[in-house]
Design a binder for this molecule. Structure first.
Ligand SMILES: *[C@@H]1O[C@H](CO)[C@@H](O)[C@H](O)[C@H]1NC(C)=O
Ligand SMILES: [Zn+2]
Ligand SMILES: [Zn+2]
Length: 348
């Protein structure tokens, strides 16, 4: 296989992962789950029972129970990228007279990101408990579409406040539930959405900044070799100018680790930037991803169980009903950074 084929496969795989992850993030029936269950079914007759049980158990442990696996994976990837950056790129950039200030930006971003990452992990997302459920009930009104009054959580045995949801992984009801994030091993809810947004933002900045510095370094390396103006002789003795493909091939062969890392960073950057934009959009319209996905696949199973199949819900919701909790852009943002506190109301 020649270099071009390998490179094309590399780009195609990266692009495909990007599209798949963007398309299916947050869905229950994502291709990975489907693929896994298909493989499990096909190999079921030939795999021993204990192996089947073990793989089911480990999938369950990984995705349906709280565990720190993805937190460790996150730290590992980060260590790899920063190790590579410090070990190879930092020195090279110093030689090129890149200022120390711009080279220290990634480390400052790392410190900021770690701070928000820690807060995301440690902060309580807003667990609804027996003690505070009665005050939580008054924070948001019920929109009588996605959230109906008087329904209690079968597991927690508490009345569900509007916008709350039971997290199956953490086994608790969470106020203004957004989603359960496996990367921080915590739910994202009323009290830590702000940290989550800032965490996403700093992670994007980190990946983007290192990618820029690395690109700069590679560009300098190419300019230094004078490869852009070079030419090569083919087997018939004719001269051809070395095109961009030649440059890419040269870089791949000279700095394999760096080019691979750059590909990974660009991939992560676009993925995270898309995800962060989505979450900022949701913050601006005061919607949780839980509500967003419920609105997408709008079916009656989300509605009050006593309602029959052909009620109001068979038509798509109007704009004002869909963004029921929106109070204007600034106030929506304010609500993220200063979560609403319970106001004691007199029962009428
Ligand atoms: C309810 O009380 C628990 C325990 O004190 C606390 O951790 C949680 O954050 C409170 N929930 C809300 C939504 O304030
Ligand atoms: Zn619950
Ligand atoms: Zn959770």
């Amino acid at each position: 296989m020649n270099f071009l084929t390998l490179f094309a496969i590399y780009v195609a795989v990266v692009l495909m992962c990007m599209i798949l992850v963007c398309r299916y993030s947050g869905h229950q029936d994502n291709p990975f789950n489907i693929l896994f269950s298909c493989i499990a079914k096909v190999f079921a007759p030939v795999t021993p029972k204990w192996l089947q049980r073990f793989s089911q158990w480990s999938m369950h442990r990984l995705f349906h129970q709280r565990n720190n696996m993805f937190v460790y994976l996150h730290i590992l990837l980060e260590a790899a990228v920063y190790g590579e950056f410090t070990y190879e790129i930092f020195g090279f950039c110093r030689e090129l007279d890149t200022s120390l200030t711009s080279l220290s930006v990634p480390y400052i971003l790392l410190a900021i990101k770690t701070f928000f990452f820690y807060l995301c992990i440690k902060k309580d997302p807003g667990t609804v408990t027996k003690k505070n459920v009665s005050s939580q009930l008054h924070i948001y009104p019920y929109d009588k579409r996605l959230f109906h009054p008087g329904i209690s959580c079968p597991t927690c045995q508490l009345i569900k406040p509007a916008r709350s949801k039971h997290c199956r992984v953490c086994n608790r009801c969470v106020q203004r539930f957004d989603h359960h994030c496996i990367w921080v091993n915590n739910c994202i809810g009323a009290h830590n959405t702000r940290y989550f947004l800032l965490y996403l933002l700093s992670l994007c900045a980190m990946a983007g900044d290192i990618a820029l510095l690395t690109t700069d370094m590679l560009l300098h390396a190419v300019l230094r070799t004078g490869l852009l103006g070079a030419s090569y002789m083919d087997e018939y003795g004719q001269r051809h100018p070395a095109g961009p493909l030649f440059v890419v091939q040269h870089l791949f062969l000279t700095f394999p680790r760096i080019v691979f890392m750059l590909g990974f960073l660009v991939f992560v950057f676009f993925l995270l930037a898309g995800y962060a934009l989505f979450h900022f959009f949701l913050a601006l319209v005061n919607q949780t991803s839980n509500e967003w996905f419920k609105n997408q696949g709008y079916t009656c199973q989300h509605c009050h169980p006593s309602l029959t199949a052909n009620h109001l819900c068979s038509t798509p919701p109007s704009h004002s009903r869909r963004f029921y909790y929106s109070r204007g852009l600034l106030q929506n943002l304010g609500e993220i950074f200063f979560p609403r506190q319970p106001v004691w109301k007199k029962d009428t």
